[in-house]
Design a protein around this ligand. Structure first.
Ligand SMILES: [Zn+2]
Length: 202
C-alpha cells in the first residue's frame, strides 16, 4: 500500500512530537505545578478587634482603676538610662492587684519590662490565681502626657503563656497617644503565635 504524501507528513509530525515530548514536559511541568499550587493555596484572614477610648474617664470602672494603678507604678520605674517610665498593673480573679515597672540595668539587656515584672511577680506570688486584665501606661520623664504603651513582642509572648496556662483571655489595656486601646485577649496582639499547643500537643 502506498502512503499518500499528506498522510506521510502527518505521521512524521506525530513522531517528532513524541520524541520532543520529554523536553516539552521538562520545560512546562514546573510551571504547571506552580500554577496549580497557586490555585490550591487558600488565603487565611485573621481579624483583630480592639476597643478604643478617647479618655480614661470613658473606661469601665475596673479598667479605669487598673490603668490608674499602672500610671502610679510608672512613676516608680527605675529607668535612669532611657527615662522612659513604664508601669503595669494586673488584676487577678480574686481581686488582687500586682504592679510592675521597667527595671533597667547598666549591663543592657539585663533589665526587664514593666509587663513582665508584674506578670512574673504574680506568677511567683499567686500561681493559683487567674489574671483577668493587665493595664500598661508609659510616659517620658518630665513629660505631661502619656505616650504609647504597647507591649513589646517578648511581653506579648509572656502574656500569651499566662493566658494559655489559665485558658481564659487576659484583657490588655494600653495607654496610647491621646487614646486608650483595649484588646480582649492576647490573640489580637499576637495572632498566629507560637504557644503551648505547639509543644504539648506535638
Ligand atoms: Zn516588653
Amino acid at each position: 500500500m502506498q502512503v499518500q504524501p499528506a498522510a506521510h507528513g502527518f505521521i512524521a509530525m506525530g513522531s517528532w512530537f513524541l520524541s520532543a515530548m520529554p523536553f516539552i514536559l521538562l520545560c512546562f511541568l514546573p510551571k504547571l505545578y506552580a500554577f496549580f499550587r497557586k490555585k490550591m493555596a487558600k488565603a487565611i484572614q485573621i481579624s483583630i478587634q480592639l476597643e478604643v477610648y478617647q479618655h480614661i474617664d470613658e473606661l469601665p470602672e475596673t479598667e479605669r482603676y487598673l490603668l490608674n494603678r499602672a500610671r502610679q507604678a510608672a512613676s516608680r520605674a527605675y529607668a535612669p538610662y532611657s527615662n522612659f517610665l513604664v508601669g503595669a498593673a494586673l488584676l487577678t480573679s480574686e481581686g488582687k492587684v500586682v504592679e510592675g515597672n521597667n527595671q533597667e540595668n547598666a549591663a543592657y539587656p539585663s533589665g526587664l519590662c514593666a509587663e513582665r515584672t508584674a506578670l512574673f511577680a504574680a506568677g511567683a506570688m499567686h500561681p493559683e490565681l487567674q489574671i483577668s486584665m493587665i493595664a500598661v501606661s508609659a510616659k517620658r520623664r518630665g513629660d505631661m502626657y502619656y505616650t504609647a504603651a504597647n507591649p513589646c513582642g517578648a511581653c506579648r509572648q509572656v502574656i500569651a503563656e499566662y493566658q494559655d496556662r489559665q485558658h481564659t483571655p487576659i484583657r490588655i489595656i494600653m495607654e496610647g497617644n491621646g487614646e486608650i486601646v483595649i484588646a480582649n485577649g492576647i490573640d489580637s496582639l499576637l495572632p498566629f503565635r507560637f504557644g503551648q499547643k505547639n509543644l504539648l500537643n506535638s
